[in-house]
Write a protein that binds this ligand. Structure first.
Ligand code: ADP
Ligand code: MG
Length: 286
């Protein structure tokens, strides 16, 4: 590889909003066979909105907002926005504890409270009716969080985050080039499948704890070189483990630092453009 050709490739790409850290990264892109995508903020817009509240709306939102007041998770922002709309001002809960990949536990008025997925349920019991409702909402591609207070389930909150407009087109283009797209997410399997269906991804690895994303990338690497595309704090290890780490420009600082490529426009079509660029650059050099 000659440095001049690489400069041309990376200079042109920068104008398109594809920042490539160095020539080795651009060269590695050409070897990729599998492209693994994070869901929230990568395939989806990353601006989740509350769509449904099951239970006493005021009560559910009150408990939920007090818990999420200290959380930095995108789901927390959705809950707090909805609470604000309803005129609820949260009082931050005590002894706040964020539990990675699961939710939040804290105390409200000296009572235990939580918000999150079923991994946090412990000895709480979801009634058959609530379970059925949860399954239905998840099939509609909505993330469902359970709200618990004082050893009782208070209700459910469904939160929707739509795919970016470009996601389906980008996935189709990748498939056309013979690449294998995979979704890797901490969200529930049913929700992940529903979103994957919307954008044309057949392979879904769901319910993955943040610490385990990199391990899944390693497993996929045993078959062929992998690019990982992500935006979150929890994506950083996967971004560095992959043969090529591609971070969203809208992502967290740590994700951006961990990526070999940064997509300034947050558009998944630029994954395809990066592939094309690498191919052109290295076919010309050869
Ligand atoms: P992702 O891979 O989509 O970024 P995370 O690992 O951040 O997912 O979270 C996985 C799941 O954990 C969420 O879908 C949600 O069920 C639960 N969760 C995590 N943090 C919170 C929170 N602050 N409030 C409610 N639920 C949460
Ligand atoms: Mg994400």
């Amino acid at each position: 590889a000659t440095p001049t050709a690489l400069m041309v490739g990376t200079g042109r790409s920068a104008k398109m909003g594809i920042l490539i850290k160095n020539g080795e990264v651009l060269e590695a892109v050409n070897t990729i066979k599998t492209v693994v995508f994070d869901k929230t903020g990568t395939i989806t817009v990353g601006k989740p909105k509350v769509t449904d509240i099951i239970g006493d709306e005021q009560m559910v939102l009150d408990v939920a907002a007090n818990l999420e007041a200290s959380s930095e998770h995108p789901l927390a922002a959705a809950v707090l926005e909805k609470a604000k709309e309803q005129g609820i001002t949260p009082n931050a809960a005590q002894n706040f504890k964020a539990i990675e990949g699961k939710g939040v536990q804290a105390q409200i008025n000296g009572k235990k409270a939580f918000i999150g997925n079923d991994k946090l349920l412990d000895n709480y019991n979801l009634t058959d009716q609530l379970t059925a409702k949860m399954v239905q909402l998840q099939s509609e591609a909505k993330t469902v969080v359970i709200v618990g207070y004082d050893d009782k389930i208070v209700g459910l909150i469904a939160i929707q985050d739509a795919p970016k407009q470009s996601s389906a087109t980008a996935i189709a283009a990748l498939k056309k080039r013979g690449l294998r797209p995979v979704m890797l997410t901490g969200d529930n399997e049913r929700v992940a499948r529903a979103i994957a269906d919307q954008v044309g991804i057949d392979e879904v690895i769901a319910d993955v704890l943040p610490g385990d994303k990199a391990d899944h990338v390693k497993q996929l690497q045993q078959q062929a070189p992998v690019a990982f595309v992500g935006d979150g704090i929890n994506d950083a290890p996967a971004l560095t483990t992959a043969d090529v780490g591609i971070a969203m420009g809208s992502g967290t600082d740590i994700a951006i630092e961990s990526g070999g490529i940064i997509l300034v426009k947050n558009n998944l079509l630029d994954v395809v453009n990066a592939l094309e660029l690498s191919q052109k650059t290295f076919n010309r050099i050869k």
